[in-house]
Design a binder for this molecule. Structure first.
Ligand SMILES: NC(=O)c1ccc[n+]([C@@H]2O[C@H](COP(=O)([O-])OP(=O)(O)OC[C@H]3O[C@@H](n4cnc5c(N)ncnc54)[C@H](O)[C@@H]3O)[C@@H](O)[C@H]2O)c1
Length: 260
């Protein structure tokens, strides 16, 4: 079925990382539906191609590129490919991320480094590569996908929670450094949204059904989040309608963080 574009991102060029599945795929889809040309990037090149095929079949504008956010050459190549495609980049969504389950004592240094390299340094590498492209046109919107765990920590999530908290300050630092030059940077802090990453976390508890019911019981909407709800939030931050929104974040968690 053809999806009609809403037009809120008409003609904008948006690069999304980690977009082969889950939240990234939903963000890429929401941006394309709103009229953006979307560069769908991921370590999983076949998955990114599949998302692009789906968007193309709906008459939407998207292209796929393999991208490993931990590899500077790969970052530079993806940014170049996006510029070659449409000559500019208006939106960057730093969504690629991973979770390693370990507490402060059991976490190894290699695990710490892996989580930081993808979740935090990956977003910095992408921002560093894309900001100069945005400066050429004097505008741009960067959206960092942090987490409710940027504010609070779940047991056994030390590296993940630290990386997501630091990402919030990368968001503020980017907003402060480049706001005057027309580049906004904001973050989304999702609660528990139905994706492979969440399924992996639930499985690691040893009782996935109990883990899901626990989360559902502690938010005020009575269900898990849906990827398209994060897609809609990303469109909000990417659009020119919210030009005064800079250095900020939005918690999208069904009210879990609002309860005592
Ligand atoms: N699902 C949730 O409940 C939830 C909650 C809060 C925050 N988040 C954050 O949202 C983002 C997306 O999560 P998700 O649930 O869709 O996860 P997911 O595991 O389903 O998807 C993550 C994607 O990132 C890609 N990726 C991993 N390492 C990469 C790398 N080095 N370079 C490029 N791509 C890479 C993977 O291939 C995958 O396609 C993550 O940053 C995650 O921390 C998710």
């Amino acid at each position: 079925m053809a999806v009609s574009a809403g037009g809120r991102l008409n003609g904008k060029v948006v690069l999304v990382t980690g977009a082969a599945r889950g939240l990234g795929a939903a963000i890429a889809t929401a941006a394309a539906v709103e009229g953006a040309h979307v560069m769908v990037t991921d370590l999983d090149a076949a998955g990114a191609e599949a998302v692009v095929r789906q968007l193309g079949s709906e008459g939407l504008s998207a292209r796929a590129t393999m991208l490993d956010v931990t590899d500077q050459d790969s970052v530079d190549a993806a940014v170049r490919a996006t510029e070659d495609w449409h000559g500019r980049i208006d939106g960057l969504v730093n969504n690629a991320g991973l979770l390693i389950e370990a507490d402060v004592v059991s976490l190894t240094e290699a695990q710490w480094d892996t989580v930081m390299d993808v979740n935090l340094k990956g977003a910095w590498r992408m921002t560093k590569a894309v900001v100069p492209v945005m400066l050429e046109v004097g505008s741009g919107s960067i959206v960092n996908i942090s987490s409710l765990e940027g504010h609070f920590a779940r047991p056994g999530h030390v590296a993940y929670a630290v990386s997501k908290a630091a990402l919030l300050n990368l968001t503020r630092a980017t907003a402060v450094d480049f706001g005057r030059e027309g580049i906004r940077c904001n973050a989304i802090c999702p609660g528990s949204v139905e994706t492979d990453l969440l399924a992996q976390h639930f499985a690691a508890t040893g009782d996935p059904e109990a883990a899901a019911s626990d989360i559902i019981g502690r938010n005020r909407v009575g269900r898990l989040g849906r990827p398209e709800e994060i897609g809609a939030t990303a469109v909000f931050f990417l659009s020119d309608e919210v030009g005064y929104l800079n250095g900020s974040y939005l918690i999208v968690d069904g009210g879990r963080g609002a309860t005592t």
